[in-house]
Design a protein around this ligand. Structure first.
Ligand code: SF4
Length: 476
């Protein structure tokens, strides 16, 4: 899921992103706007906290009994006329989908936005077998035409502004007028005309799913543009690829998630399009339905009792929009299908800490992500847990490396100082004397020697001229 082999580590990629002022402007504008709207939409619901708790509890129950729910889902889908396929990993999932498309004699498919297919790199795999996959979500189409990668879960083209999109459409679409403006309505109309032809000619549609209901075998896609509904209703054959954690137990449980998701993601009271289907219905919609259930690291993640909560994610993207790190770097710096705070935990959980490199460190641990998460995933807790895993993995691989042995020694020394009042006060006095060449305008920006790495990303306050205890002594 990560492109560790080709993607630079997060600190390096983040540095490059920070140097791009246009990117920072686009990101700041977009995230601040979505953030404010979300806060307003959530503020309208008096029992929001109870809803969050219900969402968390339901997801936890699914993870505890995932094996049972999966079998229940399989049975219900089969009973409704669908076919269920099981895929251990991305390669197997892509192979199944490719086989199905070719078996139906198609060399083109229309796709609705799906993070799971991004995760498995389905488009590339289909391309290798001569199948052209057309993305139909507007932002996803922009990304596809630009040969780019998504940088946000919900708004994949958040890093592009409308002038850039106009230029892209003029360059890549044949049927746009030369005087195309950068008015959002004109851009959407140009995309609509382009996509309409694809919808009407495709015989196979591919979708992801937001929820799969074990009780009834019903699958659901929520979206804003209607392209998802076209993909799931117009073609003769529908193939849905879904991660095994997307199950919810019963139809009634949907009421919780259909309140939590739209307000947290697009700040809407309800998604404009909520499409639900159960198997096939003669004479109505696709007459063949295939559900591909993808593991791809999820059962390994289940074994981690702290980290498994990452699987509760309903992909609303609220955590991205409040994250100070994401707001400044954007999604590409993470080098993963899932960017932002959820990416920093989900990617290592699915791929293993050895593959995810520095992602657990791509956070200030401010906790804003935890506060907004509609299913109460404690992202800071998982980040700290994963950092420990990274250290332990490094130790196992090559003995404790210099960096970690130095860090450990520093932490042990700090623990001793903090545990002893006299030592602590002596350290304060020492710091006060030693800091004068480093403090500038009330801030220490760079520490010397081996501590320089620590201060590369942080500013410190100098030790004050008088501590509280010293001041107190002067009063007594
Ligand atoms: S971790 Fe929570 S806030 Fe972030 S995308 Fe997932 S559900 Fe939304």
């Amino acid at each position: 899921m990560t492109d560790a082999a080709v993607h630079p580590p997060f600190p390096e990629a983040a540095r490059a992103a920070l140097a791009d002022s246009q990117l920072r402007h686009n990101l700041a504008h977009a995230t601040q706007t979505i953030r404010a709207k979300r806060a307003e939409a959530v503020g309208e619901v008096p029992d929001w906290e109870q809803l969050r708790e219900a969402g968390r509890a339901l997801k936890e129950r699914v993870l505890r009994h995932l094996d049972d729910y999966l079998l229940e889902l399989e049975g219900a889908v089969q009973q409704a006329g669908g076919v269920v396929h099981w895929a251990r990993d991305a390669e197997e999932a892509n192979r199944i989908v490719g086989d199905l498309v070719l078996a139906h004699g198609a060399d083109e498919v229309v796709k609705s936005k799906s993070l799971t297919t991004e995760e498995t790199k389905l488009n590339e795999a289909l391309g290798e077998r001569g199948i052209r996959a057309w993305e139909t979500d507007l932002a996803q189409l922009i990304i596809q035409l630009a040969g780019d990668a998504p940088s946000h879960i919900l708004v994949p083209a958040i890093h592009k502004n409308r002038a850039e999109i106009r230029e892209l459409f003029l360059r890549t679409l044949d049927d746009v007028p030369d005087d195309l403006s950068d008015d959002p309505r004109a851009l959407a109309e140009a995309a609509r005309r382009h996509l309409r032809k694809r919808f009407l000619s495709a015989t196979v549609g591919i979708s992801g799913a937001n929820f799969a209901i074990a009780e009834t075998g019903t699958v659901s896609v929520v979206e804003s543009e209607g392209n998802g509904r076209m993909c799931t209703t117009l073609p003769e054959v529908l193939i849905t690829m879904v991660g095994i954690e997307k199950i919810i137990p019963t139809w009634q449980d949907l009421e919780v998630f259909l309140q939590l998701l739209p307000r947290s993601s697009t700040a809407e009271r309800m998604n404009p399009y909520t499409t639900l289907w159960t198997g096939v219905t003669p004479g109505d919609g696709p007459q063949k339905f295939h559900l591909v259930l993808v593991d791809n690291g999820r059962t390994n993640a289940l074994a981690d009792t702290i980290g498994r909560q990452a699987l509760n994610c309903i992909r609303c993207s609220a955590c991205l929009n409040v994250c100070p790190v994401y707001e400044r770097t954007g999604g590409h710096a993470y080098g993963s299908t899932y960017p932002g705070p959820i990416g920093a935990i989900l990617t290592p959980m699915l791929d293993g800490v050895e593959a995810a490199g520095s992602l657990p460190y791509a956070s200030s641990l401010c906790g804003a992500c935890y506060e907004v998460c509609p299913v109460k995933i404690n992202i800071p807790e998982v980040l700290v847990h994963l950092r420990q895993e990274v250290v332990e993995h490094t130790a196992r691989e090559g003995g404790i490396r210099k960096r970690f042995s130095g860090e450990r020694a520093a932490m042990e020394a700090l623990a001793r100082v903090f545990a002893d009042r006299r030592a602590y006060e002596a350290a304060q006095r020492l710091g006060r004397r030693g800091q004068w060449p480093l403090a500038r305008h009330g801030t220490i920006e760079r520490l010397p020697g081996p501590l320089a790495g620590w201060s590369a990303m942080r500013d410190l306050r100098p030790v004050p001229a008088q501590s509280f205890r010293e001041w107190w002594r002067t009063r007594s």
